[in-house]
Design a protein around this ligand. Structure first.
Ligand SMILES: [Zn+2]
Length: 302
């Protein structure tokens, strides 16, 4: 529908996921013995970053004492060489630093393919860290299939990594778009509104409901734009555009502190730092991609 939409950050990682190998115990064992195999360590939720400006992933060999005894999550193949992630406890960085990933994404050096690979790894690390017990019977589960499943030895339940869908939408009205300040945002930050898709809803219904709940606007046309995995802790942001003919906001006060209509020129000014009391969405967030694409006329109806 919007062929010119930009690719959001954290997408299209270069790794070959090689999903067919996950259930192949022989292949998994062979890959563990591959001298080219590398593992990306996480201290709790923070990836090891190295190099200039901490812009590179801190891959380690599988024989590194840092990851001794850790469960290894098979991420995929990089030019045929196995790549893993490992969620560790409180450990010291052998070089570089363990950095909270959202903070790293705000900096200048970390991004591109390194961030896309780390994003998928972090979502898996987050899932394993919070799903150590069976949701059916409470027994401890164990990692299987190279980290893409957890099995329960007591009730034989199998559990797969979760991704939670979230809709995030640019609201358009006659050459203007709505931006809003969530009560939990850093001061002055304005962005698109967003919310979790509820059970029983399709994406369009979730967009319409959230737009009515948070801003008090009815919606007409709703279109899909692009999506972004967002591993905080394990969401999939579904970027949409929704059209309205309503002008007046009725804000959901518990969630939204302020909302405004901006023209394309005003929105461009926001991203260029031209407003004293408003700041644009953070670098790497899909909200910024949607808003920039809209003022550049890559997406939108009016
Ligand atoms: Zn169980």
């Amino acid at each position: 529908m919007f062929e010119d939409a930009s690719r959001p950050a954290l997408t299209h990682a270069s790794l070959d996921r090689a999903a067919h190998l996950r259930a192949d115990d022989g292949a998994l064992a062979a890959m563990r013995a591959d001298p080219r195999a590398l593992v990306l360590p996480f201290r709790k939720r923070d990836p090891l970053l190295v190099g200039e400006g901490l812009g590179s992933l801190g891959w380690r060999g599988l024989d590194d004492p840092l990851v001794a005894g850790a469960d290894l999550i098979f991420l995929g193949l990089e030019e045929g060489a196995p790549r893993y992630a490992a969620g560790l406890g409180e450990v010291d960085a052998p070089e570089g630093a363990f950095i909270e990933m959202r903070a790293a994404l705000l900096g200048g050096a970390f991004g591109g393919d390194a961030a896309a690979v780390a994003s998928g790894a972090l979502a898996l690390v987050n899932w394993h860290a919070t799903h150590g017990h069976c949701a059916r019977c409470g027994e401890k589960t164990r990692m299987t299939q190279g980290g893409w499943r957890r099995d329960c030895p007591a009730c034989e339940g199998v559990h797969f990594p979760r991704t939670d869908p979230v809709v995030i939408m640019l609201i358009e009205r006659e050459g203007h778009c709505a931006i809003a300040r969530n009560v939990n945002f850093p001061e002055n930050l304005y962005s698109c509104i967003a919310g979790f898709v509820e059970p029983g809803e399709c994406v369009e219904e979730a967009v319409a409901r959230e737009t009515r709940e948070e801003l008090g606007l009815s919606t007409g046309r709703i279109g899909y734009v692009s999506s972004q995995p967002w591993p905080f802790p394990m969401s999939l942001m579904i970027g949409a555009i929704a059209e309205t003919t309503d002008t007046d906001f009725t804000l959901e006060e518990a969630e939204i502190a302020d909302a405004r209509w901006l023209s394309r020129a005003d929105l461009r000014r926001l991203f260029e730092g031209g407003w004293d009391d408003m700041a644009p969405p953070r670098r790497a967030a899909i909200a910024g991609t949607l808003l920039r694409d809209w003022y550049d006329r890559r997406i939108g109806w009016t």
